[in-house]
Write a protein that binds this ligand. Sequence first.
Ligand code: MLT
Length: 202
Amino acid sequence: MKHIFREGSDKSKPVLLLLHGTGGTEQDLLPLGDMIDSTASVLSVRGNVSENGMPRYFRRIAEGVFDEEDLIFRTKELNEFLGEAAEKYQFNRNNIIAIGYSNGANIAGSLLFHYENALKGAMLHHPMVPRRGVELPNLAGLPVFISAGENDPICPAQETKDLDELLSKAGATVEVHWENNGHQLTQTEVSAAADWYNNYIK
Ligand code: MLT
């Protein structure tokens, strides 16, 4: 997968996996990674799917309606890529924290839904429930930060509540930060994510 790997000054820190929104690239969230932890290594990955030229991590049938077969295939592809990247860049595969926005948050959520040890934690900005009616792996103690908009037209508030419930039932420790700025990724929610990271992630 097309990506940027930037080695951090502190290799004991988790690797921040950056996952952009629809139409983004691997450049987009680099400043966000810096705001969360400027000493951590960063792996920023571009989605492999193109929707009219806009990169995404998996296909959708309509806005908010996912192509499940492709979602499952792309989630596996990303999970395998993480293993390959860990070998190539010599970092700990079991110490990856995802930071995703919108479509990027949805593929990060899908990693959690499908693989027990894909991520050590996740910051999900404006995510949806990636799949319904499936049993989640054991996510005991896994820290998850979710930021959401009460008035987000793309990711309705109920999606956030359902996602919180599903992840919590699987054992994850979920913190939800609410805002009222639609689908926007705001400075205040990034600050809240940074505070959460400093509390939960060592
Ligand atoms: C998705 O397709 O993942 C969601 O609708 C969010 C987005 O527009 O990327």
